[in-house]
Design a protein around this ligand. Structure first.
Ligand SMILES: NC(=O)c1ccc[n+]([C@@H]2O[C@H](COP(=O)([O-])OP(=O)(O)OC[C@H]3O[C@@H](n4cnc5c(N)ncnc54)[C@H](OP(=O)(O)O)[C@@H]3O)[C@@H](O)[C@H]2O)c1
Length: 253
């Protein structure tokens, strides 16, 4: 895991650089989340969120609580964007604002919206760490739209050829919202994959802060395996009736 020495200054946020967009203060309200703060270790990043629904809203809130600076963008409902930012202690902007703001940018949109979400942001994402949590699910959740010879994450990387794309699919949003895994004191495995080692170290730290065990699954092409694994979780939760409070743990035997 990265520490303050190995991160380098690129990942430190200079508070003076924060843009004076709409700002909703800090997320100090009561919540079930117990997110490890890494402020003391000097790991504070600016996180732009493209797609502020279930996943983007929740992850933004959790990372804000960990001490990072978050900007939300991309919604059909500006009021919902304001609510997400108010609840998380973040700020709001356009997709381009969020792409420019973030040292790290989370893309969390339905697969059908991936082109419109990335079209304007692409130039501003050059050289940045982009976390893709997009699983290209069929609308009826019966399977994946892509696979075996490519993946959602690789398609995101193809659209953002100069960004450092890392895939991390994360657990169900309802689980993130409820903090269930923390109550059980377990650390479910969270796989991630990508082609840039520094970008992966940053993402691993952000995963670790949430209380999950980050496991490097290799290059971005491993998304071809991780996305079906995400689909398996959907199958178990919704079709096998296990519900959303499930997770995986990689066993070293
Ligand atoms: N939900 C989960 O448990 C989960 C778990 C793992 C991975 N994922 C993946 O994460 C991604 C996001 O899922 P989600 O559940 O967070 O979706 P969601 O709640 O529908 O959020 C998507 C966000 O994108 C915005 N959006 C969609 N189409 C848009 C458009 N044409 N123009 C502007 N904004 C638009 C939505 O705005 P509005 O709110 O205004 O519609 C919303 O802010 C998906 O690819 C999914 O496969 C989800």
């Amino acid at each position: 895991m990265p520490d303050s020495q190995s991160q380098g200054s690129a990942w430190r946020t200079n508070l003076c650089e924060l843009k004076p967009l709409r700002n909703f203060g800090t997320a100090e309200d009561e919540s079930p989340f117990q997110v490890a703060s890494t402020k003391e270790k000097g790991f504070i990043v600016k996180i732009g969120i493209i797609g502020s629904g279930n996943m983007g809203g929740c992850l933004g809130k959790l990372w804000s609580r960990a001490g990072h600076h978050v900007m939300f963008s991309f919604t059909l409902d500006p009021k919902a964007l304001d609510e997400a930012a108010a609840s998380a202690g973040g700020r709001v902007g356009t997709v381009i604002d969020a792409a420019q703001f973030g040292d790290v940018v989370l893309v969390a949109v339905p697969w059908t919206a991936i082109d419109i979400a990335l079209k304007d942001a692409a130039p501003a994402l050059a050289g940045k760490v982009v976390i893709s949590c997009n699983n290209p699910l069929k609308a009826d959740l019966s399977g994946l739209l892509l696979g075996t010879e490519t993946s959602g994450a690789e398609e995101v990387a193809r659209r953002l050829s100069t960004a450092k794309v890392v895939e991390a699919l994360f657990p169900f949003a309802q689980q993130l919202q409820s903090g269930t895994w923390q109550a059980t004191k377990q650390r479910p495995t969270q796989f991630y994959c990508g082609d840039d080692a520094d970008a992966k170290r940053v993402v691993a730290t952000l995963i670790d802060e949430l209380g999950f065990d980050p496991v490097d699954a290799g290059p971005l092409t491993s998304a071809r395996f991780l996305e079906p694994l995400g689909m398996l979780m959907v199958q178990l939760a919704y079709r096998q009736g296990m519900g959303v409070n499930i997770g995986m743990q990689l066993a070293h035997l």
